[in-house]
Design a protein around this ligand. Structure first.
Ligand SMILES: C[S@@+](CC[C@H](N)C(=O)[O-])C[C@H]1O[C@@H](n2cnc3c(N)ncnc32)[C@H](O)[C@@H]1O
Length: 195
C-alpha cells in the first residue's frame, strides 16, 4: 500500500499539484489570517505554505520527498516560510509542541490508513496546548472500488474516533470552493488541542 512519493515527483506523476493553494484555504485566510508558527505536513510543492506565509505566519512545510522540497524552494519567498525534508512519523525533537497551527491538506489521505493513529499522535505532539488543527479531509475521493493506492477516503466517524481524545472539534463544514473534481468530497475541520 505504500507509495514511492519521490518517484512520483521524478516521473511527473503528481496530479495533486494544482499550481496554487486550496481555494477554500485562500478564502479562509482572507478573513482568518493564521498567526504564530504553522506546520504543513506533506507540503508537496508548497502552494499552501506560501499562501499561509503571505497571510503573516511563520510556516514550516515538511515533506518526505526530496523533489517536493526542491520544487518548493524554487519559488520566491513570500514571507517567513521554510521547507524541511522530514518524515512526519520521525520528526526531530525540535518540532515537539512547537506550533500554534497545523494545516492539513492531502497528507492524511496519502498515508497508509494503518498509520492513521500515528498521524493523530504526530499532530498532537507538534502542537502547543490549545493549538489549532485546521484540516481539509478528503472523505470520498473518486477511486475505483478496492483501489489500493492513495488518496484513501475516511468517514466522519473514523475522524471522530481518531482525533476526539486529543482534540476538541470546534467547527466543520463543506468547502464552498475546491479544485475541480473534488466538489462535495471534502470536509474542513477546525480542531483545538485539548490542554
Ligand atoms: C498527495 S501529495 C499532497 C501534497 C500537497 N499537500 C498538495 O496538496 O499539493 C502527499 C504528500 O505527502 C508527502 N508525504 C507522504 N508521506 C509523508 C510522511 N510520512 N511525512 C512527510 N510527508 C509525507 C508526499 O511526499 C507528498 O508530497
Amino acid at each position: 500500500m505504500s507509495c514511492d512519493w519521490e518517484l512520483r515527483y521524478q516521473t511527473g506523476d503528481s496530479p495533486w499539484d494544482k499550481g496554487g493553494p486550496h481555494p477554500e484555504l485562500a478564502d479562509y485566510l482572507k478573513t482568518h489570517p493564521l498567526s504564530g508558527r504553522v506546520l504543513v505536513p506533506g507540503c508537496g510543492p508548497g502552494h499552501d505554505v506560501r499562501a499561509i506565509a503571505a497571510s503573516g505566519a511563520e510556516v514550516v512545510g515538511i515533506d518526505i520527498a526530496p523533489s517536493a522540497i526542491e520544487l518548493s524552494r524554487k519559488h520566491p519567498a513570500v514571507g517567513r516560510e521554510r521547507y524541511e525534508l522530514a518524515d512526519l512519523f520521525a520528526l526531530p525533537a525540535s518540532h515537539e509542541a512547537a506550533y500554534d497551527w497545523v494545516w492539513e491538506h492531502t497528507c492524511f489521505c496519502a498515508i497508509d490508513p494503518g498509520l492513521r493513529g500515528n498521524y493523530a499522535k504526530a499532530i498532537a505532539s507538534v502542537l502547543k496546548p490549545g493549538g489549532h488543527f485546521l484540516a481539509m479531509f478528503y472523505l470520498n475521493p473518486d477511486r475505483e472500488p478496492g483501489s489500493n493506492e492513495p488518496p484513501f477516503g475516511v468517514s466522519e466517524s473514523e475522524l471522530d474516533a481518531l482525533f476526539g481524545a486529543s482534540f476538541e472539534l470546534l467547527e466543520h463544514w463543506v468547502p464552498s470552493r475546491t479544485h475541480p473534481g473534488r466538489e462535495g468530497r471534502e470536509q474542513l475541520r477546525l480542531y483545538r488541542k485539548r490542554a
